[in-house]
Ligand binder design. Structure first.
Ligand code: DGY
Length: 324
C-alpha cells in the first residue's frame, strides 16, 4: 500500500514533487492555518506528517494518527511538538536546522538596526505626510557600531549574528548552556552570566529555544537590570518574553525600545497595547522568510520524509534514538 503523506500547508512544487513520487500526498492548500479539527481528521490514515510551527503536535493529535511513523517540522524550533510523546510511540521527528541560519541572522541584525535607527517610526511618519523640515535634532537614534550586544543563546543563528556584529566593531557578550569557543576566538565573544549580560548590553538579543526553563525568561526583574538606553530584540519565540511586563517597561522608559519578530500570542491581536508604542518594532515572524530559505526548509522537510519512507536515515532527525 502506498504511504499517505499529510502536508499542512501549500509548499513549493520542488518540495512536493519528491513526496508525490513516494506516496499519496494530501495538502491543506489554503493560506490560513489548518483548523485543528481538520488536522485531527486529516491525519487519521497518515504515515507521514509534514507540519509547520503553527501546528501543535501532541498526545491528542497522535491519538488520531495510529499509522504515523514520521513527523517532519518545517522549522528549526520545535516547541510546538511534544517530542517525548513521539519518541515513546517510536515516531521519528525531524526539523530543519542549518538551512535557515544566515537568513534568520540577517533578520535579527535588521531588527537591531531597525530599532536603533527608528526605521519603523520614521517610515510611519513619512507615510502619514508628517515629514517636517530636516533638523539637527530630528529622529536621532543610537549607534549600533561599537555598541555592546548581548546574545542570549549563542547557537548556530547566534554565531552568525556575532559574525555580523563583529563586522560592526561591536563588543559581544553571550549566555549559552555550553561555551562557544569558536565564536569566542573568531568574533571575540565573551561568555557571561545573564545578569551581567543584561546590565552591560546596549542590545539584548534573544535567540534561545522556548522551553519550560526559558518561558518568561525576560520579565520585570530582568528589565530592571537593563540600561534605560538598552533595546530588547526577540528573534526566537514570543513567550520567552513576558509581553505585559515588556509593555510596562517600554511605556515607563525602563528600557529604550524593543524589536520583535515573534510575539505571544501569534498573530498579535490588533488591540495589543504593544502596537500603540512608537518604540516597539514588530514584524510577523519572518526570520527565515526569504524565497530561497523557505524553499530549502520545505525541501529538507520533504527529504526527511522521503529518506525515512525509503528505509534510509533522514538527514536531520531530532530523536535519533528512535532510528537505532
Ligand atoms: C523556525 O525555524 O523555528 C522559525 O521560527 C520558523 O520560521
Amino acid at each position: 500500500m502506498p504511504a499517505t503523506i499529510y502536508v499542512t500547508r501549500q509548499l513549493p512544487e520542488v518540495a512536493l514533487a519528491p513526496l508525490r513520487a513516494r506516496g499519496v500526498v494530501r495538502v491543506w492548500d489554503r493560506e490560513d492555518i489548518i483548523p485543528r479539527a481538520t488536522l485531527l481528521d486529516g491525519v487519521h490514515d497518515a504515515d507521514a506528517l509534514l507540519c509547520m510551527v503553527t501546528e501543535r503536535i501532541d498526545d491528542e493529535l497522535l491519538a488520531h494518527a495510529p499509522r504515523l511513523r514520521i513527523v517532519a517540522n518545517m522549522a528549526v524550533g520545535y516547541d510546538n511538538v511534544n517530542v517525548p510523546a513521539l519518541t515513546n510511540r517510536g515516531i521519528v521527528f525531524t526539523n530543519t536546522p542549518g538551512v535557515l541560519t544566515e537568513t534568520t541572522a540577517d533578520l535579527a541584525f535588521a531588527l537591531i538596526l531597525g530599532i536603533a535607527r527608528r526605521i519603523g517610526e520614521g517610515e510611519r511618519m513619512v507615510r502619514a505626510g508628517r515629514w517636517g523640515a530636516w533638523s539637527p535634532f530630528a529622529f536621532l537614534g543610537h549607534d549600533v557600531h561599537h555598541a555592546t550586544l548581548g546574545i542570549i543563546g549563542l547557537g548556530r543563528i547566534g554565531t552568525e549574528v556575532a559574525k555580523r556584529a563583529h563586522g560592526f566593531d561591536m563588543r559581544i557578550l553571550y549566555t549559552n548552556r555550553g561555551r562557544n569557543a569558536a565564536a569566542e576566538e573568531r568574533f571575540g565573544c565573551t561568555r557571561v552570566e545573564l545578569p551581567s549580560l543584561l546590565r552591560e548590553s546596549d542590545f539584548v538579543l534573544v535567540l534561545t529555544p522556548l522551553s519550560a526553563d526559558t518561558r518568561h525568561l525576560l520579565s520585570t526583574p530582568q528589565f530592571h537590570m537593563m540600561k534605560h538606553s538598552a533595546f530588547l530584540i526577540n528573534a526566537a519565540r514570543g513567550p520567552i518574553v513576558d509581553a505585559r511586563a515588556l509593555y510596562a517597561a517600554l511605556r515607563d522608559g525602563l528600557i529604550a525600545g524593543a524589536a520583535l519578530d515573534v510575539t505571544d500570542p501569534e498573530p498579535i491581536p490588533s488591540d495589543d497595547p504593544l502596537l500603540t508604542l512608537e518604540n516597539c518594532l514588530i514584524v510577523p515572524h519572518v526570520g527565515s522568510a526569504s524565497i530561497a530559505t523557505r524553499t530549502r526548509m520545505a525541501t529538507l522537510a520533504a527529504d526527511n520524509i522521503v529518506a525515512f519512507l525509503n528505509g534510509t536515515r533522514p538527514p536531520t532527525p531530532v530523536n535519533s534514538e528512535v532510528l537505532s
